[in-house]
Design a protein around this ligand. Sequence first.
Ligand code: SF4
Ligand code: ZN
Ligand code: ZN
Length: 292
Amino acid sequence: MKCSECQEDAVIRVARRGKNYCANHFRRYFLAQVGGVLNKYRIEGEVAVGVSGGKDSASCLEALTHFRRVEVVPFHIDLGIGGYSRESLKHARKLAKKLGLELNTVDLKEEYGVTIPELERRGRGRICGLCGTIKRYLINRFAHENGLDYIATGRNLSDVVSSMFNNLANVYLTPFRGLEPYLEEMREFKLVGRIRPLYYLKDEECLVYAETNGIPFHRDVCPFSSGSPANKLKDWLHELDSKNPGILRNFARSFMRIEERMGRNREEMRGCERCGYATATRICRFCRIIDR
Ligand code: SF4
Ligand code: ZN
Ligand code: ZN
Protein backbone atom coordinates (compact mmCIF):
# COMPACT_ATOMS: atom_id res chain seq x y z
CA MET A 1 0.00 0.00 0.00
CA LYS A 2 1.53 3.34 -1.11
CA CYS A 3 0.81 6.81 0.29
CA SER A 4 -1.74 8.70 -1.81
CA GLU A 5 0.37 11.88 -1.51
CA CYS A 6 3.89 10.57 -2.19
CA GLN A 7 5.86 7.44 -3.07
CA GLU A 8 6.43 6.23 0.50
CA ASP A 9 4.85 3.11 1.97
CA ALA A 10 1.56 3.89 3.68
CA VAL A 11 1.12 3.23 7.42
CA ILE A 12 -2.67 3.69 7.49
CA ARG A 13 -5.72 3.98 5.29
CA VAL A 14 -8.17 6.76 6.18
CA ALA A 15 -11.17 5.31 4.37
CA ARG A 16 -13.40 8.30 5.08
CA ARG A 17 -11.08 10.33 2.84
CA GLY A 18 -10.35 7.49 0.43
CA LYS A 19 -6.61 7.98 1.13
CA ASN A 20 -3.59 6.06 2.33
CA TYR A 21 -0.95 7.96 4.24
CA CYS A 22 2.76 7.45 4.95
CA ALA A 23 3.96 8.40 8.45
CA ASN A 24 4.74 11.97 7.37
CA HIS A 25 1.51 12.66 5.59
CA PHE A 26 -0.45 10.96 8.34
CA ARG A 27 1.16 13.28 10.91
CA ARG A 28 0.00 16.26 8.83
CA TYR A 29 -3.51 14.84 8.61
CA PHE A 30 -3.62 14.08 12.36
CA LEU A 31 -2.32 17.51 13.40
CA ALA A 32 -4.75 19.20 11.00
CA GLN A 33 -7.63 17.46 12.82
CA VAL A 34 -6.30 18.65 16.18
CA GLY A 35 -5.66 22.14 14.80
CA GLY A 36 -9.22 22.22 13.47
CA VAL A 37 -10.58 21.89 17.02
CA LEU A 38 -8.19 24.56 18.38
CA ASN A 39 -9.08 26.96 15.56
CA LYS A 40 -12.81 26.48 15.69
CA TYR A 41 -12.98 27.31 19.38
CA ARG A 42 -10.08 29.83 19.32
CA ILE A 43 -8.17 27.93 21.99
CA GLU A 44 -4.98 29.53 23.26
CA GLY A 45 -3.20 29.71 26.59
CA GLU A 46 -2.23 27.20 29.24
CA VAL A 47 -3.82 23.77 28.94
CA ALA A 48 -3.80 21.05 31.61
CA VAL A 49 -3.60 17.75 29.72
CA GLY A 50 -4.75 14.60 31.48
CA VAL A 51 -2.10 11.95 30.80
CA SER A 52 -2.92 8.36 31.69
CA GLY A 53 0.07 6.78 29.98
CA GLY A 54 -2.13 5.20 27.29
CA LYS A 55 -2.02 5.92 23.54
CA ASP A 56 -4.78 8.54 23.39
CA SER A 57 -3.66 10.92 26.08
CA ALA A 58 -0.03 10.44 25.01
CA SER A 59 -0.91 11.35 21.40
CA CYS A 60 -3.02 14.26 22.61
CA LEU A 61 -0.22 15.73 24.73
CA GLU A 62 2.41 15.30 22.02
CA ALA A 63 0.15 16.68 19.29
CA LEU A 64 -0.63 19.83 21.31
CA THR A 65 3.09 20.59 21.65
CA HIS A 66 3.11 21.30 17.88
CA PHE A 67 0.90 24.36 18.38
CA ARG A 68 2.62 27.49 19.68
CA ARG A 69 -0.65 29.05 20.74
CA VAL A 70 -1.00 26.56 23.62
CA GLU A 71 1.29 25.73 26.50
CA VAL A 72 0.70 22.23 27.78
CA VAL A 73 0.83 21.20 31.45
CA PRO A 74 0.70 17.39 31.83
CA PHE A 75 -1.33 16.04 34.73
CA HIS A 76 -1.48 12.43 35.94
CA ILE A 77 -3.64 10.75 38.58
CA ASP A 78 -2.33 7.65 40.34
CA LEU A 79 -5.53 5.64 40.81
CA GLY A 80 -3.82 2.90 42.85
CA ILE A 81 -4.82 0.09 40.45
CA GLY A 82 -1.79 -2.14 41.19
CA GLY A 83 0.55 -2.92 38.30
CA TYR A 84 -1.67 -1.06 35.83
CA SER A 85 -1.26 2.23 37.69
CA ARG A 86 2.49 1.67 38.14
CA GLU A 87 2.90 1.20 34.36
CA SER A 88 0.68 4.22 33.71
CA LEU A 89 2.79 6.49 35.91
CA LYS A 90 6.03 5.13 34.46
CA HIS A 91 4.91 5.88 30.91
CA ALA A 92 3.43 9.27 31.75
CA ARG A 93 6.82 10.22 33.27
CA LYS A 94 8.69 8.90 30.26
CA LEU A 95 6.50 10.89 27.89
CA ALA A 96 6.80 14.12 29.88
CA LYS A 97 10.57 13.72 30.02
CA LYS A 98 10.79 13.13 26.27
CA LEU A 99 8.81 16.30 25.64
CA GLY A 100 10.83 18.29 28.19
CA LEU A 101 7.80 18.90 30.41
CA GLU A 102 7.25 18.58 34.13
CA LEU A 103 4.64 15.97 35.05
CA ASN A 104 2.16 17.02 37.76
CA THR A 105 0.72 14.12 39.71
CA VAL A 106 -1.95 13.43 42.30
CA ASP A 107 -1.89 10.18 44.25
CA LEU A 108 -5.47 9.28 45.14
CA LYS A 109 -4.43 7.20 48.15
CA GLU A 110 -2.08 9.83 49.57
CA GLU A 111 -4.38 12.80 49.00
CA TYR A 112 -7.79 11.27 49.61
CA GLY A 113 -7.06 7.99 51.43
CA VAL A 114 -8.66 5.71 48.88
CA THR A 115 -7.84 3.75 45.71
CA ILE A 116 -10.07 2.66 42.84
CA PRO A 117 -9.88 -1.05 43.82
CA GLU A 118 -10.95 -0.13 47.38
CA LEU A 119 -13.94 1.76 46.03
CA GLU A 120 -14.74 -1.21 43.81
CA ARG A 121 -14.66 -3.61 46.79
CA ARG A 122 -17.10 -1.38 48.63
CA GLY A 123 -19.38 -2.03 45.67
CA ARG A 124 -21.02 1.39 45.49
CA GLY A 125 -22.03 1.90 41.88
CA ARG A 126 -20.28 1.11 38.61
CA ILE A 127 -16.58 1.54 39.17
CA CYS A 128 -15.82 3.20 35.81
CA GLY A 129 -18.53 5.75 36.54
CA LEU A 130 -16.93 6.57 39.91
CA CYS A 131 -13.46 6.60 38.43
CA GLY A 132 -14.58 8.94 35.64
CA THR A 133 -16.09 11.35 38.17
CA ILE A 134 -12.86 11.33 40.19
CA LYS A 135 -10.67 11.97 37.15
CA ARG A 136 -12.87 14.79 35.81
CA TYR A 137 -13.03 16.43 39.24
CA LEU A 138 -9.31 16.23 39.97
CA ILE A 139 -8.09 17.59 36.63
CA ASN A 140 -10.60 20.44 36.83
CA ARG A 141 -9.48 21.23 40.37
CA PHE A 142 -5.83 21.12 39.33
CA ALA A 143 -6.44 23.50 36.41
CA HIS A 144 -8.57 25.86 38.49
CA GLU A 145 -6.15 26.02 41.42
CA ASN A 146 -3.23 26.69 39.10
CA GLY A 147 -5.04 29.34 37.08
CA LEU A 148 -4.80 27.38 33.80
CA ASP A 149 -7.03 28.32 30.88
CA TYR A 150 -8.27 24.91 29.73
CA ILE A 151 -8.35 21.19 30.38
CA ALA A 152 -7.68 18.77 27.53
CA THR A 153 -8.41 15.07 27.56
CA GLY A 154 -7.48 12.27 25.18
CA ARG A 155 -11.07 11.24 24.53
CA ASN A 156 -11.28 10.40 20.86
CA LEU A 157 -14.11 9.91 18.39
CA SER A 158 -14.43 6.19 19.18
CA ASP A 159 -14.74 6.94 22.93
CA VAL A 160 -17.28 9.72 22.47
CA VAL A 161 -19.58 7.79 20.16
CA SER A 162 -19.38 4.45 22.01
CA SER A 163 -20.10 6.06 25.35
CA MET A 164 -23.11 7.89 23.91
CA PHE A 165 -24.48 4.62 22.58
CA ASN A 166 -23.86 3.10 25.98
CA ASN A 167 -25.82 5.94 27.58
CA LEU A 168 -28.66 5.43 25.09
CA ALA A 169 -28.65 1.74 25.95
CA ASN A 170 -29.12 2.70 29.61
CA VAL A 171 -31.72 5.44 29.03
CA TYR A 172 -29.28 7.93 30.52
CA LEU A 173 -29.68 11.20 28.63
CA THR A 174 -28.08 13.81 30.88
CA PRO A 175 -24.64 13.52 29.19
CA PHE A 176 -26.13 14.74 25.93
CA ARG A 177 -25.17 18.03 27.45
CA GLY A 178 -21.47 18.77 27.02
CA LEU A 179 -20.92 16.57 23.98
CA GLU A 180 -19.06 19.03 21.82
CA PRO A 181 -15.29 19.09 21.29
CA TYR A 182 -15.29 22.18 23.53
CA LEU A 183 -17.23 22.83 26.69
CA GLU A 184 -17.06 26.41 27.83
CA GLU A 185 -15.88 27.45 31.25
CA MET A 186 -18.19 28.42 34.09
CA ARG A 187 -15.78 30.23 36.37
CA GLU A 188 -18.52 31.17 38.82
CA PHE A 189 -18.68 27.43 39.60
CA LYS A 190 -14.91 26.88 39.28
CA LEU A 191 -15.41 24.94 36.05
CA VAL A 192 -12.51 25.30 33.63
CA GLY A 193 -13.17 25.11 29.86
CA ARG A 194 -12.63 21.62 28.45
CA ILE A 195 -11.36 20.65 25.01
CA ARG A 196 -11.15 17.31 23.27
CA PRO A 197 -8.41 17.76 20.67
CA LEU A 198 -8.83 14.17 19.39
CA TYR A 199 -12.55 14.57 18.86
CA TYR A 200 -12.37 13.75 15.13
CA LEU A 201 -9.84 10.92 15.39
CA LYS A 202 -10.58 7.25 15.84
CA ASP A 203 -8.84 4.74 18.13
CA GLU A 204 -6.75 3.29 15.34
CA GLU A 205 -5.61 6.72 14.18
CA CYS A 206 -4.43 7.64 17.68
CA LEU A 207 -2.57 4.34 17.97
CA VAL A 208 -0.81 4.72 14.60
CA TYR A 209 0.09 8.34 15.41
CA ALA A 210 1.70 7.28 18.71
CA GLU A 211 3.51 4.35 17.09
CA THR A 212 4.85 6.23 14.09
CA ASN A 213 6.00 9.25 16.08
CA GLY A 214 7.98 7.42 18.77
CA ILE A 215 5.58 8.51 21.51
CA PRO A 216 5.98 6.42 24.69
CA PHE A 217 2.74 4.80 25.82
CA HIS A 218 1.70 1.55 27.45
CA ARG A 219 -0.65 -1.06 26.11
CA ASP A 220 -1.84 -2.49 29.40
CA VAL A 221 -5.56 -2.58 29.87
CA CYS A 222 -7.17 -1.56 33.15
CA PRO A 223 -8.42 -4.72 34.89
CA PHE A 224 -11.80 -3.06 35.43
CA SER A 225 -12.39 -2.42 31.74
CA SER A 226 -12.70 -6.03 30.58
CA GLY A 227 -16.07 -7.00 29.20
CA SER A 228 -17.47 -3.51 29.63
CA PRO A 229 -20.52 -2.88 27.41
CA ALA A 230 -18.94 0.36 26.14
CA ASN A 231 -15.98 -1.63 24.77
CA LYS A 232 -18.26 -4.10 23.02
CA LEU A 233 -20.17 -1.20 21.49
CA LYS A 234 -16.88 0.27 20.36
CA ASP A 235 -15.95 -2.93 18.49
CA TRP A 236 -19.35 -2.95 16.84
CA LEU A 237 -19.08 0.73 15.85
CA HIS A 238 -15.60 0.22 14.36
CA GLU A 239 -16.90 -2.65 12.29
CA LEU A 240 -19.77 -0.48 11.12
CA ASP A 241 -17.38 2.36 10.28
CA SER A 242 -15.12 0.07 8.26
CA LYS A 243 -18.09 -0.82 6.05
CA ASN A 244 -19.54 2.72 6.03
CA PRO A 245 -16.54 5.09 6.27
CA GLY A 246 -17.39 8.28 8.12
CA ILE A 247 -20.38 6.93 10.00
CA LEU A 248 -18.70 7.53 13.39
CA ARG A 249 -18.27 11.20 12.57
CA ASN A 250 -21.86 11.44 11.49
CA PHE A 251 -23.02 9.93 14.78
CA ALA A 252 -20.93 12.51 16.66
CA ARG A 253 -22.40 15.34 14.56
CA SER A 254 -25.93 14.10 15.18
CA PHE A 255 -25.32 13.91 18.92
CA MET A 256 -24.04 17.49 18.88
CA ARG A 257 -27.21 18.66 17.15
CA ILE A 258 -29.33 16.86 19.72
CA GLU A 259 -27.32 18.66 22.39
CA GLU A 260 -27.95 22.03 20.76
CA ARG A 261 -31.67 21.39 20.83
CA MET A 262 -31.62 20.34 24.46
CA GLY A 263 -29.91 23.60 25.44
CA ARG A 264 -27.46 24.20 28.22
CA ASN A 265 -27.95 23.47 31.86
CA ARG A 266 -26.56 26.55 33.59
CA GLU A 267 -29.41 27.27 35.94
CA GLU A 268 -29.17 23.84 37.59
CA MET A 269 -25.53 24.39 38.64
CA ARG A 270 -24.40 25.44 42.10
CA GLY A 271 -21.30 25.22 44.28
CA CYS A 272 -20.81 22.08 46.40
CA GLU A 273 -21.31 22.82 50.10
CA ARG A 274 -18.11 20.94 50.96
CA CYS A 275 -15.59 21.82 48.26
CA GLY A 276 -17.24 24.70 46.38
CA TYR A 277 -16.87 23.08 42.95
CA ALA A 278 -19.70 22.74 40.44
CA THR A 279 -22.53 20.34 41.17
CA ALA A 280 -26.23 19.92 40.50
CA THR A 281 -26.78 18.58 44.05
CA ARG A 282 -26.02 19.96 47.53
CA ILE A 283 -22.83 17.89 47.88
CA CYS A 284 -20.93 17.05 44.70
CA ARG A 285 -20.46 13.48 43.55
CA PHE A 286 -16.70 13.56 44.20
CA CYS A 287 -17.19 14.59 47.85
CA ARG A 288 -19.86 11.90 48.26
CA ILE A 289 -17.55 9.22 46.85
CA ILE A 290 -14.64 10.26 49.07
CA ASP A 291 -16.86 10.60 52.19
CA ARG A 292 -17.92 7.00 51.91
FE1 SF4 B 1 -11.06 3.89 35.68
FE2 SF4 B 1 -12.71 2.15 34.46
FE3 SF4 B 1 -10.81 3.43 33.06
FE4 SF4 B 1 -10.13 1.53 34.83
S1 SF4 B 1 -11.33 1.25 32.95
S2 SF4 B 1 -9.14 3.53 34.58
S3 SF4 B 1 -11.66 1.87 36.43
S4 SF4 B 1 -12.57 4.38 34.09
ZN1 ZN C 1 3.27 10.40 1.95
ZN1 ZN D 1 -17.58 18.70 46.54
